[in-house]
Design a protein around this ligand. Structure first.
Ligand code: ASP
Length: 337
């Protein structure tokens, strides 16, 4: 058997970024396979967002998808499939055809915390997906309704400890970032509120702004605007540093709760079995998107962190999922006692 090295130029992509993918294979030349490679993507790509429109996962996905579609030469359409803290959609994506046309935005909840929260989760975050690229890193904040009777985090802590059974905590479903983050917070504070699930933190934020629930833990992109509008209040950010988008909000460590440290992230995944060269093309499209001002400006303006080049590779994402599975397995085990 002889080895053939083929270079396949993707006409549309090459026109935009001059991308040339070299495919090394020990198989004999097959015109049908070659044709498939040349023609991907030949139709719109669907990116499943496992939460409601307008929330943090959705916002990140939509900002990046617009730029990806310019590179790939096909629309990259967002489909919101909600339920069960994002795990319903993630299970569906795990079973989708691995042809590069169905992808999912997973995150610290769906691809890490959910494993510790569902004994019979219908997918394995590490084994059932081909990691494509990290899209964003996201600080998490504790936010409360506008008239919550606490001026700062110290007063928040006193109040929630004194009123634990009267409290309503909003979240985006068991398995979500908001649920996992506040599970840690509640454990650290020794409180046990009533959880109120929503299909994402966009509707949860609406309920919070309307004063229908008391507090939640949310990713910063969903907090900046309602906070500036005075619709909600923010007590702490669960990061080692303050965020330039909200410089007056203290870190949890500054406010006396250093163990409350959480960083959310959103990332693009394909179903396991998606050919490496398709994953490489998609990764190139994400990497290019993350360098565009059309992506960087809104993400950074809303408090997000754009992943550095070394954090954008499929291998870096694979390692992140492994590390986060470990971390959240331990955190949630401790927090449920
Ligand atoms: N991803 C968010 C969470 O896990 C929800 C959302 O994006 O709406 O809390």
């Amino acid at each position: 058997m002889h080895c053939i090295v083929r270079a396949v130029a993707f006409s549309r992509v090459a026109a935009v970024i001059g991308l040339v993918v070299a495919v090394s294979t020990s198989l004999p030349y097959d015109p049908a396979i070659s044709q498939t490679r040349i023609s991907y993507p030949s139709r719109p790509i669907t990116v499943i967002v496992p939460f409601a429109k307008g929330g943090p996962t959705d916002v990140v996905a939509r900002i990046v998808a617009v730029e990806m579609s310019k590179t790939l030469g096909q629309p990259v359409a967002i489909e919101n499939v909600v339920g069960a803290g994002g795990t319903t959609a993630t299970q569906r994506a795990a079973r989708a055809e691995p042809d590069g046309y169905t992808l999912i935005v997973g995150h610290m909840g769906t691809h890490a915390a959910a494993v510790a929260l569902y004994p019979n989760l219908g997918y394995r975050p590490d084994a059932d997906f081909a990691p494509v690229a990290l899209l964003s890193r996201m600080p998490v904040l504790v936010v409360a309704r506008q008239h919550f009777p606490a001026a700062d985090f110290g007063e928040f802590v006193s109040y929630v400890r004194g009123h634990t059974h009267l409290l309503n905590m909003a979240h985006a479903g068991v398995g979500s970032v908001s649920y996992a983050s506040c599970t840690l917070l509640n454990h650290l504070l020794g409180i046990d509120p009533t959880g109120v699930p929503f299909n994402g933190t966009a509707p949860a934020m609406e309920a919070l702004a309307a004063g229908q629930v008391d507090y939640m833990c949310d990713q910063i992109v969903n907090v900046v605007v309602p906070l500036r509008d005075g619709a909600v209040r923010a007590y702490v950010i669960a990061s080692p540093q303050r965020d330039p988008a909200l410089p007056t909000v203290p870190t949890a460590a500054e406010a006396g709760l250093p163990a409350f440290e959480v960083e959310a992230w959103n990332a693009l995944f394909a179903p396991k079995g998606t050919p490496d060269w398709i994953v490489a093309m998609l990764n190139t499209a994400v990497v290019r998107a993350l360098d565009q001002p059309e992506v960087r400006n809104p993400l950074i303006g809303l408090g997000g962190i754009v992943p550095s080049p070394d954090q954008r590779t499929p291998d870096a994402l694979r390692a992140r999922v492994q590390a986060e599975l470990q971390k959240w397995g331990q955190v949630l085990k401790r927090s449920s006692h």
